[in-house]
Write a protein that binds this ligand. Structure first.
Ligand code: BTN
Length: 260
């Protein structure tokens, strides 16, 4: 019998490892539509995900066997649809807390749900909520984390990995188990209604919080500082004439290079 590497109550208690799959999110979605109800906390991990999907119709690249690519099933029916972003917060915090002991203070959450080390992306997530009868019946949480990959294709110059930072390999299953443990803890906080703690923790770990930086919208480039995230997940940036402006993901781009 395989040893249970997961220490939580339910996240990871049903654990499936696939040698190869297009996308663990797709696989989990198909399982949900084809079979009997799946246990909350089911985790599907792939050694090789050859058609990984990212946010905003992007792909997700991961060298086989070197990284974490997995999806988790949660059933946050208790969450109002208007508070869906609390789930994003909880998952981001879980991934962050699993990495923080390894990577320390340069680790941040880049709004809305990227994991950054310095100015580079180490991981991201694709959360797909399946809504039925006004409730989130199933939430497919897909997480990709760059762990033991030494280098990235030229088009991904912004990516980094644990290996690039620590110059050492890290055990994938140990990390997976830590992520699941921390996600479960944050998830149970939102389930218990401890929303304020989750919102405060998320904000305090935010990349570029209260720093004067450059941003780009469809119409212009401007300088401002992130000073809040609304309950519903909109990003709030205070521009240099003191106006607070709210943005959704498609409306704003972080400009990492100084504007000339
Ligand atoms: C992003 O930052 O763009 C989100 C990346 C999400 C990638 C993960 S890898 C496991 C799961 N399966 C997918 O196809 N995507 C997510």
């Amino acid at each position: 019998m395989q040893n249970n590497i997961f220490s939580g109550l339910f996240v990871g208690q049903n654990f499936i490892i696939l040698k190869e799959v297009d996308s663990t999110n797709n696989f989990l979605k198909e399982l949900l539509s084809n079979s009997k109800p799946l246990m909350e906390g089911t985790v599907i991990m792939a050694e090789n995900q050859y058609a990984g999907r990212g946010q905003q119709q992007n792909g997700w690249h991961a060298e086989p066997g070197k990284n974490l690519t997995f999806s988790m099933l949660l059933k946050p029916a208790f969450l109002h649809l208007t508070d869906q972003f609390d789930l994003t917060r909880a998952i981001s915090l879980g991934v962050f807390d699993a990495l923080a002991p390894l990577l320390g203070g340069k680790l941040k959450i880049k709004w809305p749900n990227d994991i950054y080390y310095n100015d580079r992306k180490i991981g991201g997530m694709l959360i797909e909520n399946l809504v039925q009868g006004g409730q989130i019946k199933n939430s497919i949480i897909g997480i990709g984390l760059n762990v033991n990959q030494d280098s990235f294709p030229a088009g991904l110059s912004n990516a980094t990995s644990i290996k690039q930072i620590l110059h050492a390999d890290y055990d994938l299953k140990t990390l997976l188990s830590e992520i699941c443990r921390h996600i479960e803890a944050w998830y149970l906080k939102i389930k218990a209604g401890n929303i304020l703690a989750v919102r405060q923790a998320y904000l305090s770990r935010l990349y570029w919080l209260n720093e004067s930086k450059s941003f780009k919208t469809q119409h212009n480039v401007f300088t401002g500082a992130i000073n809040d995230v609304r309950d519903n997940g909109l990003l709030v940036i205070k521009n240099n004439i003191g106006e607070e402006i709210e943005f959704s993901l498609k409306e704003i781009e972080f400009l990492n290079k100084a504007v000339q």
